[in-house]
Design a protein around this ligand. Structure first.
Ligand SMILES: [Zn+2]
Length: 362
């Protein structure tokens, strides 16, 4: 009796293994061949990533299927694609608590949260489709930079509406804040798109880092003043402050990982598929954004009474939804301009060294 049961179990396991092997060989039809760094063009190479590259000039179907296979882009995709759905869920949850249709006080929150959803989905699409062609790679990253610029403006709008320290409200800085944030957001798109035409890696990296950190630093001035420098009364030291500490910690880690390429720079080839700096950079960025949303929501609720007194006029449409729509249009025009320039052999309006299509995945 026991022998029979044992035989049945063994037979069952063998059948299962055979079935799984069959399924695996079926799945292998859908996998894409992974390449070594020496087998791909220079502008597709990632610093200190040796293996796991997808074929340049893959089809759209190959790109989509490749996110289910472990390549050096797979986790870059998922670390932004899943957070996109999480942020959408947070936005839906928030929409039950606030009436975006009738309450102008919540409009800055709405545009901020939309910008938090826009950048992860644009980035995940860029990481998915960047190996379709040289042009596709550039266009996907132009869109990615455009979405990051909108996020920087969304943060500025939310800080201006809910986070400003008491003493800044009504000051000259208050007056110029949104105008400068807008200028920097558009400048961020322009500079980062231009950086793709620069073939000196250090300058390209520096341009890109500058274009994203400058708006971030400027927008963070009021928040950092309130959190680090403001003491005593009039500083709104509420529960949001501790959340901002965490946000700033992860915000510091994000460009640090991007700029240093840690950990793959310490052991090239060991973090090709899992754990390289770009994946960590995505994760720390998303954690920072999540803390940022929580901090802004806390301030919005806890400071409403105070803000209603010091800013009695309802929020202006052109200071939030209108402004964001305007910058969206400007970004799209910039992206269109750079996209068209990809079809010009050697754009003379830029100091392009070499061929018109240069740059690198980032
Ligand atoms: Zn990325």
């Amino acid at each position: 009796m026991f022998l029979n049961l044992n035989e049945v179990a063994i037979e069952g396991r063998v059948k299962l293994e055979r079935q799984l092997r069959k399924m695996w060989s079926g799945l292998k039809v859908w996998t894409t061949e992974l390449l070594h760094i020496d087998d791909i063009p220079h502008h597709y190479r990632e610093h200190c990533i040796v293996r796991g590259y997808r074929k340049p000039k893959s089809s759209a179907t190959d790109c989509v299927l490749s996110v289910f296979q472990l390549t050096n882009e797979t986790l870059n995709f998922w670390t932004h694609f899943l957070p996109f759905w999480y942020f959408i869920w947070r936005l839906v949850a928030v929409s039950y608590d606030f009436d975006f249709w009738v309450d102008p006080y919540t409009w800055p929150l709405l545009v901020f949260m939309l910008s938090c959803c826009a950048y992860p989905i644009t980035s995940s699409m860029a990481h998915c489709f960047n190996c379709m062609s040289d042009r596709a790679q550039h266009i996907s990253y132009f869109m990615d930079y455009g979405a990051l610029s909108l996020y920087s403006l969304g943060s500025g709008i939310a800080y201006h509406a809910y986070v400003f320290p008491d003493s800044f409200i009504g000051s000259w800085f208050d007056d110029v804040f949104l105008r400068v944030a807008t200028f920097l957001a558009v400048g961020c798109t322009l500079l980062s798109c231009m950086s793709r035409f620069e073939d000196r890696p250090r300058i390209r990296k520096a341009l890109r880092l500058l274009s994203f950190s400058l708006p971030y630093f400027f927008n963070s001035v009021p928040l950092c003043y309130r959190v680090f420098l403001c003491h005593g009364e009039g500083c709104s030291h509420n529960e949001a402050v501790i959340i901002y500490y965490w946000m700033l910690f992860f915000s510091f880690l994000t460009p640090f990982l991007y700029a240093t390429h840690i950990p793959e720079v310490l052991a090239p080839g060991k973090f090709d598929l899992i754990g390289h700096s770009h994946q960590l950079f995505h994760v720390t960025g998303i954690i920072a954004t999540n803390f940022q949303i929580s901090g802004v929501l806390t301030d919005l609720q806890m400071r409403r009474e105070f803000l209603d007194v010091v800013r009695p006029q309802p929020m202006e449409f052109w200071d939030n939804i209108g402004l964001m729509s305007l910058v969206l249009m400007k970004n799209l025009l910039i992206i269109l301009f750079f996209t068209l320039s990809l079809y010009v052999e050697k754009p003379t309006w830029l100091k392009v060294r070499g061929h018109g299509i240069k740059g690198k995945v980032d």
